[in-house]
Design a protein around this ligand. Structure first.
Ligand code: E4P
Length: 216
């Protein structure tokens, strides 16, 4: 499973990219609103440090506006993926961009039918938002399982990008469900490294090595 960071913060992205563990980045208007600087500069800087797809979202709600924004975003860097909301107008834009070989990610997916329509429109990625479903007492991960099964049945090439992940258990479940990608806040990415038994075990090994050292 590929791991993306769900942030527009360059420092967070640099840290994970430097470890060689970063496959891509997702941003959205809310994440970008937390950063300083011009939108396109933020994206350009992110693309310079990320060795894979960088998702940038359009804010128009009509097809024509989405296409205009999509074309502008795609010019920023070859790794840009145009993120388009799951609407009727959005899927028409996805079909057009896909015919021009511009990669797209259909965002705000909350049902398997939405994912099916997005895949049929030619989306490169679909983004089911698990945490937001959990927030309203639905099992978000069931949606990923359903989408993965449907895409497998019909051999869609559209990748399933598990989004709105809030904790390390979400990542395990998304991996078991067969999601192609999980996108995580930097804090959750960091939490994946930790286990108290690893810390205790390492401390003990280093203590015991002190005794061996005296014999060298
Ligand atoms: C994904 O592309 C979205 O940016 C993101 O995962 C949304 O997460 P949230 O529900 O925590 O805002």
């Amino acid at each position: 499973m590929k791991l993306f960071l769900d942030t527009a913060n360059l420092e967070e992205i640099r840290k994970v990219a430097a470890m060689g563990l970063l496959d891509g980045v997702t941003t959205n208007p809310t994440l970008v609103s937390r950063e300083k600087g011009a939108f396109k500069d933020i994206l350009r800087n992110i693309c310079e440090v990320v060795p894979g797809p960088v998702n940038a979202e359009v804010v128009s709600t009509d097809t024509e506006g989405m296409l205009k924004e999509g074309h502008e975003l795609a010019k920023i860097h070859p790794n840009i993926v145009v993120k388009i909301p799951m609407t009727r107008a959005g899927l028409v834009a996805v079909r057009k961009l896909s015919s021009e070989k511009i990669p797209t990610n259909v965002t705000l997916i909350f049902s398997p039918n939405q994912a099916l329509l997005a895949a049929k429109a030619g989306a490169s990625y679909v983004s089911p938002f698990l945490g937001r479903l959990d927030d309203i007492s639905h099992v978000g991960m069931d949606l990923v399982r359903q989408i993965v099964a449907i895409f497998d049945n019909y051999e869609f090439e559209t990748e399933v990008l598990a989004a709105s992940l809030r904790n390390p258990v979400h990542i395990v479940e998304a991996a078991l469900a067969g999601a192609d990608i999980s996108t995580l806040p930097a804090k959750v990415f960091d939490q994946m490294f930790d286990h108290p038994l690893t810390d205790i075990g390492l401390r003990k090994f280093l203590e015991d090595w002190e005794k061996v050292k005296q014999t060298i």
